[in-house]
Design a protein around this ligand. Structure first.
Ligand code: 5GP
Length: 196
């Protein structure tokens, strides 16, 4: 069991509706020593990629992506959620359906901050159905940038996102993959990634 799986086992809470709550250490209160370790692990897994920018989505991706960007020595850009329909031509736009809030948002990134020269590492806290990642990929590709890889802290392997993104040919690394969670007992089963 890796450091993150141990922490999820200790402090993660299984909620109804396939939601795993990790707000005591990852996406509300943040354990900075843990986030630094997560960032070092992403750096280790993507060390051979010529990353020029780390891209994430507000809100909970930001705190993690900051530390990853620091490891790579590059800027971090986060896509903003916007309800406005009057988005001007200076923005890249994608539509994302939120897994946790069940609503649709447009996400936007200013054209000033992503270009065809960029080689992007996409970072997020969770991967469920893959909408957030697909939106970020779409934004990077609208800019003509190259998606070098995608780094996820917790993938829920029983939802479809991971399979979809890998089938599209992207290099996706998830530090913990939850294959099952039991709402009754709170038991969490992780995928064995040691063979990779
Ligand atoms: P997707 O777009 O892949 O369906 O969902 C990913 C997004 O939904 C992430 O950005 C994350 O914020 C949120 N999310 C999805 N599943 C969970 C979960 O089990 N727990 C928490 N805390 N957030 C989740």
């Amino acid at each position: 069991m890796n450091f993150l799986e141990e922490r999820i086992n200790k402090d993660g809470i299984v909620k109804a509706g396939n939601v795993l709550k990790v707000d005591s250490f990852l996406n509300h209160q943040m354990d900075i020593a843990l986030i630094e370790e997560i960032a070092r692990e992403f750096k280790r897994r993507f060390h051979d990629k010529p990353v020029t920018k780390v891209l994430t989505i507000e809100a909970s991706g930001i705190g993690i992506a900051v530390f990853v960007a620091k490891e790579f020595g590059v800027p971090m850009v986060f896509a903003k959620k916007s309800k406005s329909i009057n988005i001007d031509g200076d923005m890249y736009v994608a539509e994302v359906e939120s897994f946790t809030h069940k609503n649709k948002n447009q996400i936007i990134v200013s054209k000033k901050f992503l270009s065809a020269d960029d080689r992007v590492l996409v970072i997020d806290d969770f991967l469920a159905n893959g909408c957030a990642l697909q939106g970020l990929i779409s934004i990077a590709e609208s800019a003509g940038a190259t998606v070098e890889g995608l780094g996820i802290v917790i993938e829920k392997g029983f939802q479809i996102g991971g399979r979809v993104i890998r089938n599209l040919g992207y290099h996706l690394e998830s530090l913990a993959i939850v294959d099952a969670m039991d709402t009754e007992t709170g038991e969490i089963t992780f995928r064995d990634q040691s063979a990779q």
